[in-house]
Design a protein around this ligand. Structure first.
Ligand SMILES: NC(=O)c1ccc[n+]([C@@H]2O[C@H](COP(=O)([O-])OP(=O)(O)OC[C@H]3O[C@@H](n4cnc5c(N)ncnc54)[C@H](O)[C@@H]3O)[C@@H](O)[C@H]2O)c1
Length: 316
């Protein structure tokens, strides 16, 4: 796919990652439509992006959107995340699995050669995995979110092999972001930044040494763009793992403190959060992304800290 102007659909377009992705894609002059069940607030809307408020499970709305826009490139980000998926498994299956099937099935009906970019998840590997995780490690997820993500990865590959769909998948590790949903239990590092920005104390729900493979949201957004526009012939795999760094909770607190000396924090380990993070890999091997499409994260922890405070300042 060339960098020339594309018609792009982002599902889950009001979300944490999508709003920065839409901004980034606009810089290159693409025409962007964001579909989400939630209408973003005026402050969160990106100028010159079209918003469509609809449930992705509504197949006829989805089809009429694909028919009217005929996107060349679809970033399929709409999803229930891990916590909400566990609370309502049926809804998680409808949104994450069935609506994804509909999207893949319909994607070539109104445009014969779209590219579909889909985020899998590190949670698809389950527990008991090595701390430095090879990309080809077997995926046996232990939550409904991971199970639906693996299902869509496999479906996408089926459409690619049997129907010629240009399906591209990446698996981000934990994402550090100032916009992480409050309900995301493992996003405590992201929440610590928001508390520090608002001058509030923060209690890390883990021991100081806990951390896992992490990526800063701006690097992830760049990764989505790089993968989407990489020449098809350079992609040797269906799916790529990403990794940037592995900060412990203490390192996050120290970095915040360097930028906000008044930040007050404690560690109050929570059994559930620790049980999710202790076994998680410190590194997802990302050699294939580096080799095939030049993946090379730019942000170290202190760069993230500086940038997060900047983003929070600009979205006030
Ligand atoms: N944040 C992470 O740590 C992480 C890690 C790996 C993968 N991902 C994946 O990246 C994608 C975006 O994640 P995010 O962090 O921006 O999450 P997010 O919750 O901020 O965004 C998901 C969006 O999907 C929307 N959505 C949910 N149900 C919908 C429906 N029925 N119809 C239309 N829209 C619906 C939500 O309203 C939300 O805006 C997801 O697919 C997620 O699984 C995220």
């Amino acid at each position: 796919m060339s960098q020339s102007s594309k018609t792009i659909l982002i599902t889950g377009g009001a979300g944490n990652i999508a709003r920065l992705l839409a901004k980034r894609l606009l810089q290159d002059g693409h025409a962007i439509t964001c579909l989400d069940i939630v209408e973003p607030s005026l402050a969160d809307k990106v100028e010159n992006v079209e918003y469509e408020t609809a449930d992705i499970c509504d197949e006829s709305r989805l089809e009429s959107l694909l028919d009217s826009r005929k996107p060349d490139l679809i970033f399929h980000l709409a999803s229930l995340l891990s916590g909400s998926s566990e609370v309502d498994r049926r809804r998680a299956f409808q949104i994450n699995a069935i609506a994804s099937f509909n999207l893949l099935e319909l994607s070539q009906k109104h445009n014969p050669s779209p590219t579909v970019v889909f985020p899998g998840t590190g949670a698809s590997y389950g527990s008991g995995v090595p701390s430095e995780l090879p990309e080809t490690y077997e995926q046996w997820p232990e939550n409904i979110y991971g199970a639906t993500k693996v299902a869509v990865e496999r479906l996408g590959v089926y459409y690619k092999l049997k129907h010629g769909l240009d399906f591209r998948c990446l698996r981000p590790p934990l994402v550090l972001s100032p916009f992480a949903p409050q309900s995301a239990l493992t996003a405590y590092a992201s929440h610590a930044y928001v508390a520090a920005f608002n001058g509030k104390p923060f209690s890390f729900p883990v021991a100081p040494d806990i951390g896992m493979s992490t990526i800063y949201i701006q690097d992830l957004v760049e990764g989505f763009v790089q993968l989407a526009f990489a020449p098809k012939e350079s992609l040797k795999q269906h799916a790529y793992n990403l990794h940037a760094f592995c900060p412990s909770a203490q390192e996050v607190a120290d970095s915040i403190k360097r930028h906000r000396p008044d930040f007050e924090y404690t560690f109050k380990p929570n059994e559930i959060v620790e049980s999710m993070l202790r076994p998680a890999p410190n590194k997802f091997q990302d050699d294939s992304a580096r080799r095939d499409w030049g993946w090379n994260p730019r942000f170290e922890l202190d760069d993230c800290t500086r940038d997060i405070f900047e983003l929070l300042k600009n979205t006030q």
